[in-house]
Design a protein around this ligand. Structure first.
Ligand code: HEC
Length: 135
């Protein structure tokens, strides 16, 4: 995690983020027929809106601790997800937001507020869509 020193810097890098993220995104099923085995928490995510997620990323204060740019911490999400072995990328990201203590990145402290678990699921989905979008 890199601390975003200046809000201004964070705001400008967010604009640049649009061309920098090259993570792999696991495909999510849009339609399911028949019954699936019961999933562990968290529940399947709704389809989020990355543009709304981008706004939330700023308005919810994520930029106070995170940056989302090439070479910044959240750009390593696919790599983190793999290491954490916590399921698909979107699921890992969702859990990281709603229940940050679930998996702590080695070398980091569990500093992330747990209050984001109270965000409406639509907003969680939007944030996940923003952070996992393939550019
Ligand atoms: C007070 C600082 C703080 C704020 C605010 C914060 N985070 Fe975090 N976040 C952290 C820290 C520290 C970690 C690394 C420890 C961990 O894995 O939980 C982390 C981890 C994560 C991870 C998992 C990847 C990783 O580095 O382990 C995601 C995804 C994430 N944050 C997204 C968000 C989003 C989205 C928001 C806004 C809704 C947010 N964070 C707000 C501090 C913060």
């Amino acid at each position: 995690m890199r601390l975003a020193a200046a809000v201004l810097a964070a705001a400008s890098v967010l604009l640049l983020a649009a061309c920098g993220y090259e993570g792999t995104v696991a495909p999510t099923a849009k339609q399911v027929s028949g019954t699936l085995p019961k999933q562990q928490t968290p529940p399947t995510l709704a389809k989020g809106d990355p543009t709304a997620g981008k706004k939330l990323f700023t308005s919810q204060g994520c930029t106070g601790c995170h940056t989302f740019t090439p070479r910044a911490d959240l750009d390593k999400l696919p790599q983190y997800a793999k290491k954490a072995n916590q399921g698909a990328l979107a699921q890992f990201v969702a859990t990281s937001i709603t229940n940050p203590g679930n998996y702590i990145q080695p070398g980091y402290s569990n500093l992330m507020p747990t209050s984001y678990g109270n965000l409406p699921s639509k907003q969680i989905a939007d944030l996940v869509a923003f952070l996992t979008q393939k550019q």
